[in-house]
Design a protein around this ligand. Sequence first.
Ligand code: SF4
Length: 407
Amino acid sequence: MNLEQKNQKIYSPVPAVYLHIPFCRHICPFCSFAVRRDRVELHEKYILGMLDEIARRAAWMKEKKQINRDLKLSGHKFLESIYFGGGTPSSLTIPEVELLLSQVRNCFPCSDQVEISFEMNPEDVNPEYLSGLAEIGVNRLSLGGQSFQTLTLKKLGRIHSGLELRKAVKAIANSAIENWNLDLMFGIPEQSIAMFKNDVEEALSYNPSHISLYGLEIHEKTPFGKNKQIRKWDTEHQQQFEEMYLWANARLIQARLFQYEVSNFSLKTKEGRNNLLVWSGNEYLGFGVGAHSYLSQTRWGNKRSLNTYLKDLEHNSWPVDFEEQLQVNEQAAESLMLALRQPKGVNIEQWQKRFGLQWKKQQLDLVEELCTAGRAFRKGQHLCLTAKGMLLADRITVELMPESHIK
Ligand code: SF4
């Protein structure tokens, strides 16, 4: 925020902005994100497209606010979080990242303490690149490590080795960016419990401020989803995945990384800002292919094809694939799911009052069942899930929605 912005009382309409960089050197066989094989010659066109989308959306927001003076914005005055996700943001050069960052800063007044988070793949990490990121203001990194074992990484179709990951982690630990996350994955074909435990222990030995723990998800349309053997392995090992998650959950907490969401553990005050804002129901804008936005109870998602995205922008249209106004039942389900995925759980009375809902015998019985099975517990007005319950958070949400509200 500069003096001019302070004097003119220019506020950012949303507290969080997401920038999607779809390029990846190699497409992993389990990936369901909006990604495409990286070709350097596409960068310029794509970045120009994103710059245009950011500027036009900012102007649109300004106009919308002027037309509708009552427009309820999220109450945040400045941008608190800028998140570069993908795909692989680290496939961009530093000047390319800087162009995007400057555009966001010019269009959305930033808080002095804005968190600028940047996803990287291990093969792109080197001291020069890290210094470049720090110089342009990036202050949080998220490293897609997944495992320190080369064979496990090969199974997963990743192109980095365990050795490269170790080098990357050490370079980050020695860089000026102190706040960093390491992604670890469990439930990978042929990954034993012992192998996973070694990954967690090795990750902890580097003292990251944040660890994200993801179970491998098999999506139908991906090569893994079409592979019978992998699907069979996945179905047959659910018990083992639960054991891995529960063990890691306890181990990370013991190592002073507190859990603030099903998959996310961090040192106190080092939670991912983008995560916190989005999961508390704040509004956000997403730019780039496949990026999602949420504003005035409306969610929209951009087109996933890079060509269509760019063509729409060229024709002065929004590159939007779908737009939905969330109905009360959908808002209720979403708020319940977000709350149950966090250890603080849901304040049942407030939630029911807010959405005009009342749990009946069916939902109350389920709560009792979950408590008896050690998957949930009640703390005053709150219903909280235990680690064992968190694994089923999304399914439990559906079952706790009064029937007439399930679509
Ligand atoms: S590197 Fe990440 S985003 Fe890219 S294909 Fe692999 S899993 Fe997907």
